[in-house]
Design a protein around this ligand. Structure first.
Ligand code: ADP
Ligand code: MG
Length: 240
């Protein structure tokens, strides 16, 4: 579903991603971890063509992301994205947050879009909040709405960039539970997170990135038990 082949990404002359390769097969959940500033967010943004790459290739569902002829709005509508800070539209109700892109991008009727929004709010445990505004919800609730909004586009894959790191501790599990449910339902997911409990339980593979390089890319059990690189060991010893 997602194929990253030998990509290089520079900000100015500063290399941020160096010869990175990995892949996420259909139904897989790949957790990406690494120190702050190592390039995790940049990697995720490149997959969604929010940032261009200077070398290598990225394919999503067979589509070449950096081919100038690629229809980027169409590509992005196939990939759901959830950010650290929710990024809901503050002036729209929860229901309208979830309906907007369905109406504009997918041209669904109001009735179809509302039905989809209600079904998804139910799925993330947020039915009953449809007519509230984001500012009236807790962080954990807003993030669950953000997940519902991404799902409303029927994405082929979901990208998460530290979805729980802005949350108070007691709200982390309600978001991870929704993500775990998605994974169990077969969603293809690439998740930047330091929640290693989630990684152990849900991930099929774990990628460790340090200073722009993919240092480790292993099936989950192997990652935790048999990682070989001292940089991985140093990182895990700090967060576990
Ligand atoms: P992470 O998500 O792992 O913390 P990022 O991908 O955000 O790391 O950043 C990787 C590196 O790229 C860092 O050195 C950061 O300072 C730099 N960087 C990120 N975004 C930009 C930008 N828009 N312009 C210049 N440098 C950037
Ligand atoms: Mg980041």
């Amino acid at each position: 579903m997602i194929e990253i082949n030998g990509i290089f990404k520079y900000y100015g002359h500063h290399p941020v991603l160096k010869n990175c390769s990995t892949r996420v097969s259909k139904g897989e959940v790949v957790v990406v971890c690494g120190p702050s500033g190592s390039g995790k967010s940049t990697l995720i943004k490149c997959v969604n063509a929010l940032e261009p790459i200077q070398k290598g290739s990225i394919r999503v569902d067979g589509i070449e992301v950096n081919d100038p002829s690629t229809d980027l709005p169409d590509l992005r509508s196939r990939i759901g994205m959830v950010f650290q800070n929710f990024e809901l539209f503050p002036h729209l109700t929860i229901e309208n947050n979830i309906m907007l892109a369905q109406r504009i991008v997918l041209h669904r009727t109001e009735t179809e879009a509302r039905k989809c929004a209600m079904d998804l709010l139910d799925r993330v445990g947020m039915s009953g909040h449809a007519h509230k505004y984001p500012g009236q919800l807790s962080g954990g609730q807003q993030q669950r709405v953000a997940i519902a909004r991404a799902l409303a586009m029927n994405p082929k894959a979901m990208l998460f960039d530290e979805p729980t790191s802005a949350l108070d501790p007691e709200m982390i599990s309600e978001v991870l539970d929704v993500m775990t449910g998605l994974a169990r339902d077969g969603m293809t997911m690439m998740v930047v997170t330091h929640e290693m409990g989630f990684a152990r339980k849900v991930a099929t593979r774990v990628v460790f990135i340090d200073q722009g390089e993919i240092v480790e890319d292993l099936p989950t059990d192997e990652f935790f038990e048999n990682h070989t690189n001292p940089r991985t060991e140093a990182f895990l010893s700090k967060i576990l």
